[in-house]
Ligand binder design. Structure first.
Ligand SMILES: Nc1ncnc2c1ncn2[C@@H]1O[C@H](COP(=O)(O)OP(=O)(O)O)[C@@H](O)[C@H]1O
Ligand SMILES: N[C@@H](CCC(=O)OP(=O)(O)O)C(=O)O
Length: 367
């Protein structure tokens, strides 16, 4: 028997409706059967379920449009129906479910992140299947994750998962969108996500899904960096979830990278949204990548964004490549003043001395 694993299964609207305008309950029961089979094998399962907007649209008698407020209203109508459906289907197997509705604000703050993680772990320790969706009804643009692909990567980090299955209406990532290119071919394995690969991933080909392959790649990138293996596969495929575990599935498999050992660094991948960018010079890039150093003011070339002390900042090369992200120790006005300065000059420039590190190594994760 395989070692027990924690598996996050993300089910897109495309899978839950089978491309129609209704929840496909016959298929949902089939997915539930497979999840319960995994549980019987000793694994733990977390679902990230889309479908609230589709379920709301199914119930609303007067048709409505596709604006943000329409979708928020539909999610408010449909989420209850969605969780009720999951609850009754899992009950057929004697399995309880627990609903968690999250927004980015719930993972951005470290204390809220730890709270969400504790609740998720408590549900798993009682054999309950957590069913997670974005809290669309209250999520404004600032606190929205925006799509359930990215949300599922954050959940995989919260749950300390081994695998993330992104189930959708295609067999995986193709060389271009198979809806518009008959010659598109399936990419079986990805060792490294780069800009060339990102260019292959288009948006959603329907007005049901959100984000298409582009957001699935973003999710895969985050999850792989946190040490989670990611698979994109077709949700309608026979025994798709069980086959993902047996590695006998047509789909796109993304190899996991070595995860950071420190839990706080995993949170840096999942939690805060970037408030700005600092361009660093070649010397600083080598110091960060090869010597495990902190970022000193000397290596700062350019500053963008009105961040304050404690915000998360992206560090990029002069060519615009992402190098690292971390929590900055100065406000942006201060970084502008000290950029390029030697460490011993900082106290005189700022009239106070809080140390020379713009981002300390302990608060940084390399990308
Ligand atoms: N390179 C690609 N390979 C496969 N699918 C792609 C690609 N680029 C864009 N897509 C589109 O992504 C869609 C799946 O994403 P989406 O509609 O958001 O579904 P879901 O509801 O499962 O998240 C596919 O139906 C397809 O049209
Ligand atoms: N939270 C929304 C789904 C958002 C989303 O990302 O949808 P999808 O691309 O179908 O996974 C809902 O429940 O309808």
């Amino acid at each position: 028997m395989q070692r027990a694993q924690i598996i996050v299964v993300k089910l897109g609207t495309s899978v839950l409706t089978g491309g129609t305008d209704k929840l496909d309950k016959a298929h949902m029961v089939e997915l539930v059967r497979q999840c319960c089979e995994l549980k019987k094998q000793g694994h733990q399962v977390v679902l990230v379920s889309s479908g609230a907007v589709a379920a709301g649209r199914e119930q609303l008698v007067t048709p409505c449009g596709r604006s943000l407020i329409d979708k928020q209203m539909l999610a408010a109508i449909g989420q209850g129906q969605l969780i009720h459906t999951w609850q009754s289907l899992f009950a057929l197997y004697g399995v309880s479910v627990g609903q968690m509705l999250l927004t980015r604000a719930d993972v951005e703050d470290r204390m809220r992140y730890l709270n969400a993680r504790d609740t998720l772990n408590a549900l798993l320790s009682y054999g309950v299947v957590p069913i997670i969706n974005e809290n669309d009804a209250v999520a404004t643009a600032e606190i929205k994750v925006g799509d359930n692909d990215n949300l599922s990567a954050l959940v995989a980090i919260l749950a300390n998962a081994n695998k993330l299955l992104l189930l959708t209406d295609q067999e995986g990532l193709f060389t271009s969108d198979p809806r518009s290119d008959v010659n598109a071919t399936l990419i079986n394995e990805v060792a490294h996500i780069d800009d060339k690969l990102r260019q292959l991933a288009g948006g959603s080909g329907t007005n049901l899904g959100t984000g298409g392959m582009a957001t699935k790649l973003q999710a895969a990138d985050i999850a792989c960096r946190a040490g989670v293996e990611v698979i994109i596969a077709k949700g309608a495929g026979e025994n798709v979830i069980l086959k993902c575990m047996a590695e006998s599935l047509p789909g796109t498999r993304f190899l996991k990278l070595t995860p950071p050992r420190d839990g706080r660094k995993k949170w840096l991948l999942a939690g805060p949204k970037s408030s700005g960018q600092i361009v660093i010079d070649d010397g600083a890039i080598i110091a960060l990548q090869k010597q495990g150093a902190s970022l000193l003011a000397k290596g700062v070339q350019q500053v963008t964004g009105r961040f304050v002390r404690g915000d998360l900042i992206e560090l990029v090369s002069p060519a615009g490549n992402s190098i690292a992200r971390g929590l900055v120790r100065f406000d942006y006005t201060e970084v502008v003043k000290i950029k390029g300065c030697h460490s011993r000059e900082i106290a005189a420039v700022l009239d106070f001395d809080t140390g020379a590190e713009v981002i300390h190594r302990d608060d940084m994760i390399l990308l």
